[in-house]
Design a binder for this molecule. Sequence first.
Ligand code: GTQ
Length: 373
Amino acid sequence: MTARRENHRENVAGRANVEDTAELHAYYDELERLQAAPLWTVANKIEPWQPQSASVPMLWRYRDLRDHVLRSLDLVTPEKAGRRVIYLDNPGRRDVAAAVGWLYSGLQVMRPGESASAHAHSASALRFIMEGSGAYTVVDGHRITLGRNDFVLTPNGTWHEHGVDASGTDCIWQDGLDIPLVNALEANFYAVHPDLKQAVGHPVDDVTKSWGHPGLLPDGADWSKPYSPLLKYEWAPTYEALTRYAAATDGSPFDGVLLNYVNPSNGGPVMATIGAAMQMLRPGERTRAHRHTGSVLYQAAKGSGYSIIGGRRFDWQERDIFCVPSWTWHEHANASDAEDACLFSFNDLPVMRALGLYREEAFGDNGGHQPQS
Ligand code: GTQ
């Protein structure tokens, strides 16, 4: 029979396994003319036994990318580019510009005195500050100062603009957005602010001054928007919280000591579609492997180590970014016996959970590690 049609047969009871015959092919031709097709030729492909990620496990080394990112300072202006960003292009996801799964990520660079025009979109966004001083963002009129390892939100629908104070230095931060997801859902709107700039309507950093106190909420706090009012999570209190938690817990066998960034008004994820975490791998720690649905993008915020992802070992240093595709075995190790290592990560787990699609599995049951290829 001709091989011109795909026919994904499996010799398993309950799965599609229809032979190719001339009569069937003639029938398929008739269906094709009606923009229709027989399910049984594709059923085994479109209903795999388990998630089949098209994303490739990847590590982007900062020492390889940094000079190229800085070069864009001389090559394009924020005015012409809109935003000066070099994005992470997963070889399995080029068609949707994703770094992994349905998540986009890029490295944005700005000079002192520069700013990008204010805009809003249906995609939710976050930044994780990598280097430089004087960076700020304005989110719905709240001006927010940004320092190293700070994590900031620009949720779905909010006006936002980024810049670097004239007194600052060249700044680089990681952007993370759910652009591929929102495009897959065919729900993405984009707007440029009519004035290109927002009026700042609140004291600088009022978001952290109001919402950023552990265990304390403003009296009468009334927040019903579907994202965290805190907007910025600073590095110093985050690291202190990890250190204190590490003294009180054995941690997770899969993640070490992990704290999720949450919405302080309800304990939920920071945004409806994107969750984020900071985890500490204690000196000498090596975790067990597990896998779960949902995609995760990591940035090494402190220290160095390696992760084994889908059987491949990726050695990371501070500022390197790597991804774990959905349903892929992964485990992490701190390379140092003296210092802790910290991994920032963001993910689409709120989507998986909200849609009832979250699943998780431990590798083996004897504390084993996945084989490396
Ligand atoms: O600043 O919201 O890296 O809209 C890509 C698209 C950043 C942003 C990116 C965006 C943004």
